[in-house]
Design a protein around this ligand. Structure first.
Ligand SMILES: [Zn+2]
Ligand SMILES: [Zn+2]
Length: 76
């Protein structure tokens, strides 16, 4: 039987710089920032949407306030 270890892997949110267990947050597919659940999902409803297959897009990207991504589209 698989043994669930406590979250020993922690990461730091790129938005608020709080450390959080990586399994609660994630990486936004648009801005590629590593974000805590507050900044990635923003709400429980959104967490469910992602669990059901919605793209992992952070709160800021969804509201159009994310900093420009460093990869991908350039200029105008
Ligand atoms: Zn955060
Ligand atoms: Zn984002």
């Amino acid at each position: 039987m698989p043994f669930f270890r406590p979250s020993i892997f922690r990461s730091e949110c790129d938005a608020c710089h709080k450390p959080f267990p990586v399994n609660t947050g994630g990486v936004c597919v648009r801005c590629r920032r590593i974000l805590c659940p507050d900044h990635l999902h923003g709400s429980i409803a959104r967490r469910f949407a992602i669990a059901l297959g919605a793209p992992m897009v952070c709160v800021a990207c969804r509201s159009g306030e994310a900093p420009a991504a460093t990869v991908g589209r350039e200029g105008r």
